[in-house]
Design a protein. Structure first.
Ligand SMILES: [Zn+2]
Length: 229
């Protein structure tokens, strides 16, 4: 039997949320601006978000865009980066988010996709992005947000995932790493905190799974992207 790729969570790994430490860690970035890294993943959604906010959705051919996204859907219910490419949780998040913003969530096979997403949970509780890969805190967001969008978040073991995310904190510097014991960074810190919010942590404000923004901000501007139930 091939050995499953996973991590072991040590008994002394952090198991409570170190919010003050994380606030200090993120605040310190204000003084080292050159360290910022741009991530392209959210660009697609940001563009759509901007267009919705500015009333400019009609400047792109939404039907054509939906047609393209659906052409990237695979037999397993997931999405790859182009037609025929392997399903990947990051792409699935972008595509489900896009279909939510364009009112096309009914085009998904939610049960099949939910099954594929739940299969991403490993014995450590962490989630990977596709089969045969190690768990990583950022997939707590890509996978969990997708499950929330399609109304299947209760299909994973929430307590085990929470344990994994908390174990990825650095007790000294604050911040979250991709895996327990690795170097922390702002990217995994955001998705660690946002993942805990989706899991229902009451110390953190509710986050919207489509836009990764606080729900109270979206309510204030009257924007509630579609979710499946
Ligand atoms: Zn990651």
């Amino acid at each position: 039997i091939a050995q499953l790729k996973d991590v072991i969570i040590k008994p002394d790994a952090p198991s409570s949320l170190l919010l003050d430490k994380h606030a200090d860690y993120i605040a310190a970035y204000g003084s080292k601006k050159d360290d910022y890294v741009t991530y392209l993943y959210c660009f697609f959604q940001l563009v759509i978000f901007f267009m919705i906010l500015s009333g400019k959705m009609d400047t792109i051919n939404v039907d054509k865009a939906v047609e393209f996204v659906l052409s990237c859907m695979n037999f397993d219910g997931g999405f790859g980066c182009r037609p025929g490419s392997e399903s990947h949780a990051g792409q699935i998040y972008c595509c489900t988010g896009f279909l939510s913003l364009t009112g096309q969530l009914h085009q998904l096979n939610a049960d099949l996709l939910g099954w594929w997403l739940c299969e991403r949970q490993l014995p450590s509780g962490g989630l990977n992005g596709r089969p045969e890969k190690l768990p990583d805190v950022c997939y707590s967001w890509w996978v969990l947000a997708s499950l929330k969008i399609i109304g299947r978040i209760h299909w994973i073991d929430k307590a085990k995932l929470r344990r994994f995310i908390l174990a990825c904190q650095d007790e000294e510097t604050g911040g979250f790493a991709d895996r327990p014991g690795d170097m922390v960074d702002p990217f995994h810190t955001l998705f660690g905190v946002a993942g805990l919010s989706l899991l229902g942590d009451e110390q953190i404000k509710a986050v919207n799974p489509v836009l990764c923004m606080p729900e109270d901000v979206l309510q204030r501007i009257g924007l509630q992207p579609d979710l499946l139930s």
